[in-house]
Design a protein around this ligand. Sequence first.
Ligand SMILES: [Zn+2]
Length: 391
Amino acid sequence: MTDQTVDLLARLVSIDSANSSMGGPGEADLAAEIALFGHSHGLVVATDEVLPDRSNVSLTLPGTKGTQAGRRLLFDLHLDTVPHIGIPNATVPRIDGDRMWGRGTCDTKGALAAALVAVGRLAREVADRDGEVMLLFTVDEEYLKRGVAHAVAGGLTATAAIVGEPTSLRPIVAHKGAVRFRIVTHGRAAHTSKPENGDNAIHQMVEVIDWLRERGEPALSLRDHPRLTPPTFTIGTISGGVGVNIVPDRCVIDIDRRTLPTEDPAAVLAEIDGWLADLMRARPGVKATREDPYISERGLDGPVDGSLVVAVQAAVAKVTGGAVDPTPDGVPYGTDATHLWGLAGIPTVVIGPGDIAQAHTIDEWVDLNDVRQCTEVYYEVMRSFVQGEWS
Ligand SMILES: [Zn+2]
């Protein structure tokens, strides 16, 4: 048990890193603080610009044996938080009993503080290390995940990866992916005194929505996964029309399709296209097009019995003394693991302190015992990795 983690967490929360694509100041100040921590603890510090003034930063504790080149345990932690516009004192950490309040305490600065303290301790206490530990701090996780995407596109590799997100210290080996895209209906404008001269794009869209729901919802509800709920289909926005006295010539919906990791995003889109084509054959008055997806992320579906999972389970059991069920589980939300596993093929477990129910809320908080225990869990996973104890 250490309060070094709690002190560091308070410091990290006091540095506003709300995503600049969502109205915040961005990650630069927090990245600079992380780099300072790395330098003062003798770690190898590297920065990698992803977007103007928005850089990933990594801290690496190198191996010392050199026998297994490329043996690397990666921790992926996002620097950004969601915005806190209108929430007073969101970046002034407040402790009451076993809880700390403030934006980012739970999502995901608790995990950042735990990983930093753990790697600092590993550097001090374990002199012979077979393999390296790299902490990668990414930008833009809360918006488009461009930080991790940039790192993976740049050739990031690892033997195994931990993604630090609030899971109440349960090991998560599966989560959903997401495909987000627009459908547009195309009509013809006319004065509403003579609507018969126009073609109402909103009326068309009503048909599109009914058709897609009638086909999509039953089909999706039948798809299953051992650790996840069925995939879903949500129409999140609709817009169309310019005035009450003009027949609308265009209507747009945004669809958020949450996928099982076994669903290929391309196949998901082909399925939608098939339904739309069926509709337009059945109702020739409907003219609908699908736009290219602006988010297309595969889910996480890592092995449940690989060396990483076994090591994480052992660490959780040892540190929590059985208080946390270490059975690998699944969650419906997405993380950076979508890129690490889905694109780079790195075995990945998501685990961190705090409950996802508190993330993104107006009174975000984290359980400080969770954060302290997470430091011990991360340390134990790092130590067992560099000491060659993994099966
Ligand atoms: Zn997060």
